[in-house]
Write a protein that binds this ligand. Structure first.
Ligand code: FAD
Length: 222
């Protein structure tokens, strides 16, 4: 079923990420981590549906999306940069593989952090952050989405990893088996993995080598 909703605001939160707040249709339910297909209600764009994750909380009376834009693709995310208040989005039904199952290690690459925004905000709202940790891989510091908020939510349980920049307080390089081992209990903790396919492949291989039970891995490729 399709829902047409009005945009309430579009805000740039990093050099290439926009946060879009839109109306929430009546009787529209999701669990933190889920997504929907979104298209822009403009001629020529209506049929171009791309999946995006809700980063608001299920109880909020609005929907929030946090979207990395790729102007060079000349596609939907580039067109989102031209949207203004009162423009409209068309939303589909709710879907998505990622939902919170229990304490663990969240491993995100770039915009792959979006399902974890909603989950971690939700846990904070319930006072249930527990021992959850986030390994967050990006190229440069300016690419880190909501760095201040994640610091507030997680304190020293946030580990930023930057592949292309040396910055104090961040690890330079890529996600490694050692980093994963250091930040989790590989026999008990859940592993929430989301990011671009090459990162997902590399992380899943590492989890296999660490003998992590596949049932403990919750994942979605972006
Ligand atoms: C379940 C799910 C949830 C998601 N949630 C989010 C989210 O919350 N936030 C977020 O930022 N992302 C999210 N994504 C990823 C997001 O859907 C894509 O990044 C986005 O749709 C890409 O849009 P686009 O602007 O590249 O345009 P598209 O309209 O998809 O593509 C436009 C053109 O670009 C070309 N193209 C595609 N890739 C490349 C490339 N690498 N280089 C050059 N050209 C290319 C295509 O061939 C196409 O012709 C999610 C993905 C999934 C599966």
């Amino acid at each position: 079923m399709e829902h047409t909703v009005k945009i309430q605001s579009v805000t740039k939160i990093t050099h290439d990420v926009v946060q879009i707040i839109a109306e929430k249709p009546a009787d529209y339910f999701f669990v933190p981590g889920q997504a929907t297909d979104v298209s822009i209600n403009k001629k020529e764009w209506r049929d171009k549906k791309n999946p995006f994750t809700f980063t608001s909380l299920p109880d909020n009376d609005y929907l929030e999306f946090t979207i990395k834009t790729y102007p060079s693709h000349h596609g939907v995310t580039n067109e989102l940069l031209n949207l203004r208040k009162e423009d409209e989005l068309i939303l589909g039904d709710v879907f998505g593989e990622i939902n919170y199952q229990g304490e663990g290690l969240f491993i995100a690459g770039g915009a792959g952090v979006t399902p974890f925004i909603s989950i971690l905000r939700y846990l904070e709202s319930k006072n249930e952050m527990g021992d959850n940790k986030l390994l967050f891989a990006n190229k440069k510091r300016g690419d880190i989405i909501l760095e201040d908020e994640f610091k507030k939510l997680l304190g020293n349980k946030l580990v930023n990893i930057l592949s292309e920049e040396k910055v104090e307080g961040c690890i330079k390089g890529h996600i490694t088996k050692d980093l994963i081992r250091k930040h989790c209990n590989t026999t008990k903790s859940y592993f929430y993995v989301c990011g671009p396919p090459p990162m997902m492949d590399a992380v899943e291989k590492m989890l296999g080598e660490l003998n992590v039970n596949k049932k403990l891995i919750v994942k979605e490729a972006f």
